[in-house]
Write a protein that binds this ligand. Structure first.
Ligand code: TRP
Length: 384
């Protein structure tokens, strides 16, 4: 059943998300053709599918980021991951987009792994969130970031983050945090402090920060933009992505607690194929005869969505598939098999790089150029 209502918060995505409405609700700006064309021009590159196909659809101050780049002032990137379980396809796509931006603009990137957040907000022990942090870091490294320009840090370990969070925590009062995050009398006090920790990396450099992330994280950035300038820093910029729909339907997002809805990056490729075959919702007709006569419904098909978002790079092939489906020339079985092949190829390649990542963790966390700089750095005088 199609729900008319939808809800997007940092903890929950429900219903059929209307992304145009979300731009209005959150007060962000649409990522326009003009901005994307400027991006292509400045990077002298063809845009990757996450931008071309509008998986990233909204922004804050991305125009200013491009100006900063053009004027030579520069900018830096920040993103993150809450380690509460295995990562799936939906989690990793924003990291691919981030990698593209890092490579094309040649900028530093900070990746926050919030084992503290997941300990506070979820029913997990700190040992569990630390273990997931390690597992997730392997998936993130597998994306292929530049180890000298990327610092991956875990909050429970890179405790300097606390010092950065302090001046921020002094700028946010309870009623502001409550208005943005809906805290109540039962909220743990650690949860109330946490937004200061997630905002802190936006101050890692005295340049404008650009955060590519799913739009559910925007409340943190909205809050950051309220106090950033009063601390002598830039309001952060952001690029917002949509959610990858679960295999089982177009509503909500993939969930770690419902394994049949997601393909995890560590899934055995054979098993992942079976999962897609068995659970993926398509927009097909009930019988082959009707499919041939009436055609399918790619707009209502998760298989088509997954191809559109990530797995079919070739625009022409995607359009052909769309029309062939509409014309009743394709069966859902054929499309599923095609997607399965693409997903399996991706998983095999990812898992190979994930294995190699085991040897690189040290560099991203402690010994890469940027990592060393951050571990050695003292809190800027201005903030003390
Ligand atoms: N809160 C995020 C999560 O639950 C983790 C996170 C921390 C993050 N900093 C971020 C995500 C910056 C995106 C960008 O997954």
């Amino acid at each position: 059943m199609l729900k008319l209502e939808f809800k997007v918060t940092p903890w929950d995505v429900e219903g059929m998300v209307d992304y145009d409405k979300l731009i209005e609700q959150f007060g962000t700006s649409p990522l326009t053709d003009e901005l994307l064309e400027r991006t292509a021009r400045l990077t002298k590159s063809e845009l990757p599918i996450y931008f071309r196909r509008r998986f990233f659809f909204s922004h804050r101050d991305y125009d200013k980021i491009l100006e900063d780049y053009e004027s030579g002032r520069g900018f830096f990137l920040y993103t993150g991951r809450g380690p509460s379980g295995p990562m799936h396809i939906g989690h990793i796509i924003p990291f691919y987009a981030t990698k593209w931006l890092q490579e094309k603009f040649g900028v530093n990137l900070y990746i926050q792994i919030t084992d503290d957040e997941k300990f506070l907000f979820k029913n997990l022990t700190l040992d569990e969130t630390k273990r997931w942090a390690y597992e997730n870091i392997l998936d993130i490294i597998a994306v292929g970031f530049d180890p000298d320009k990327t610092f991956i840090f875990q909050d429970s370990e890179f405790t300097k983050i606390y010092e950065m969070a302090l001046p921020i925590a002094k700028k946010i009062n309870y009623s502001m945090a409550k208005a943005v995050f809906g805290f109540n009398e039962q909220s743990k006090i650690g949860m109330i402090f946490y937004p200061a920790i997630q905002a802190a990396p936006t101050f890692f450099e005295r340049k404008r920060c650009l955060i590519p992330a799913a739009i559910d994280q925007d409340p943190y950035w909205r809050l950051q933009r309220d106090f950033a300038e009063s601390l002598g820093y830039y309001k952060t910029a952001a690029l917002h992505s949509k959610f990858v729909p679960p295999l089982t339907g177009l509503e909500g997002k993939m969930s770690a607690s419902k394994p049949e809805t997601a393909v995890y990056l560590t899934d055995d490729p054979e098993e992942a194929g079976k999962k897609i075959w068995r659970f993926a919702l398509t927009g097909g007709q009930p019988t082959l005869k009707e499919q041939r006569e009436k055609g399918g419904n790619p707009e209502k098909c998760v298989v088509f969505k997954w191809l559109e978002i990530f797995f079919e790079e070739d625009d022409k092939k995607l359009m052909e598939r769309y029309h062939a489906c509409k014309a009743g020339e394709l069966t859902c079985g054929e499309c599923k098999r095609y997607l399965i092949k693409k997903v399996q190829e991706f998983l095999k390649e990812h898992q190979k790089k994930r294995k190699e990542a085991e040897k690189k963790v040290e560099k991203f966390k402690y010994t890469g150029e940027l990592a060393r700089e951050q571990w050695e750095r003292a809190i800027p005088e201005k903030l003390r």
